[in-house]
Design a binder for this molecule. Structure first.
Ligand SMILES: [Zn+2]
Length: 141
């Protein structure tokens, strides 16, 4: 699943449960694992360079969404950044692996994380639908 959709889910959770930081931080972390079970899109096999470019674009879009959220809703910046990191947390281990070749905490963040993935070539339609809906709920109220 794209970083952007994970970020949007995390920020929606922050928006809904902003009264309880403990709750929204836990939920942001859990949301990643649950969201990865929903049918979604994944990049096909491609070179490391292409992966870095597309992943980098995804990171830039995600950070842009985070910054827009902070500017519009002025939450605690630290809590918003913590929510962002926790909602992407398992994928951060892939980024570390791309750059260092090391699979840290392999059983959880690679073996288990890969087992729960539900990826389809048409999964981008599902992701787009979720993203649009979630962005609507974040920014409409
Ligand atoms: Zn993931």
């Amino acid at each position: 699943m794209t970083f952007l959709l994970h970020t949007a889910i995390g920020l929606l959770i922050l928006r809904l449960f902003s009264y309880n930081p403990f709750l929204f931080l836990i939920l942001a972390f859990l949301s990643h694992w649950i969201a990865d079970m929903i049918p979604h899109f994944d990049l096909p096999q491609m070179s490391k360079k292409k992966k870095i470019i597309l992943g980098g674009m995804d990171v830039i879009f995600s950070i842009s969404l985070l910054v827009s959220f902070i500017v519009i809703f002025s939450p605690s910046i630290y809590l918003a950044i913590a929510t962002f990191i926790l909602s992407l947390f398992p994928d951060i281990f892939y980024i570390i692996e791309i750059f260092t070749g090391k699979k840290l905490l392999k059983k959880i963040f690679f073996d288990f994380h890969l087992r729960i993935q539900n990826e389809f070539s048409w999964g981008w339609i599902v992701e787009l639908g979720f993203l649009t809906t979630i962005l609507y709920f974040i920014f409409s109220k």
